[in-house]
Design a protein around this ligand. Structure first.
Ligand SMILES: Cc1cc2nc3c(=O)[nH]c(=O)nc-3n(C[C@H](O)[C@H](O)[C@H](O)COP(=O)(O)O)c2cc1C
Length: 201
């Protein structure tokens, strides 16, 4: 599939068919993700594909509990929302990142702590690298005929999910991607025109 066709055709999928996603398809998606650029070519990402229904339900329970606690009202069992919809997909791909520190970061950590903090926490090249990999995984999924929803909503329960998935410091859970064959979709949300978001000088 042409890359422009994939970028234009992809949209977030929030309703999935039950058909399982073959493991070879996941490996192809991850291969595409591994081709993404990463700062210092650190390749500081790995993926955990959760297919096990029981584990998906446990993850949903954890997310629902924290959402209920913060929103002050209980989420009824089986209710799907934008925090927990990964549960209704055949699988949820968890993007796990390692922090990235370049030589420049290391020097700044010792010599200029203010600049170091900006680079580490605002620029965050490690996080940008993980995002690039996630985007390639999602486009590959689309080209293979699968729908995805890139989700950070579930990370309202980040420490609890990390513990349930045995993700240990310094690794971090950074995104959950619901993957499966899509049910019929609503129209793709509109986009800004290129002229609106581009400047030349
Ligand atoms: C970093 C990131 C986090 C997102 N988190 C969620 C989420 O938690 N739940 C959800 O339903 N959609 C989530 N989305 C999907 C966005 O809502 C969606 O991409 C946006 O509305 C544009 O729609 P489209 O993907 O269909 O083009 C997320 C997207 C990104 C890039």
């Amino acid at each position: 599939m042409d890359v422009f066709e994939a970028m234009k055709g992809r949209q977030s999928v929030r309703k999935f068919r039950k058909d399982p996603v073959p493991r070879e398809a996941f490996l192809k998606m991850v291969e595409a993700a591994s081709q993404a650029p990463s700062a210092g070519n650190a390749q500081n990402v790995r993926f955990l594909v959760v297919e096990d229904k029981e584990l998906l339900s446990r993850m949903k329970g954890i997310v629902d509990e924290i959402v209920s606690r913060t929103a002050g009202k209980e989420i009824p069992k089986d209710k799907v929302n934008n925090f927990n919809l990964f549960w209704s997909a055949p699988a949820a791909v968890c993007a796990i990142g390692l922090p990235y520190e370049s030589n420049t970061d290391r020097i700044l950590r010792e010599k200029d702590h203010e600049r170091y903090k900006v680079r580490r926490f605002q620029v965050n090249a490690g996080l940008q690298s993980v995002s690039a990999a996630v985007m390639q995984l999602i486009l590959a999924a689309y080209a293979l005929g699968f729908g995805t929803c890139w989700m950070t909503g579930p990370l309202i329960a980040k420490p609890e999910l990390e513990s349930a998935l045995s993700i240990r410091y310094p690794e971090e859970l950074l995104a959950v991607i619901a993957v499966g064959k899509p049910e019929p979709l609503p129209p793709k949300p509109p986009r800004k025109r290129p002229e609106e978001i581009t400047a030349f000088r």
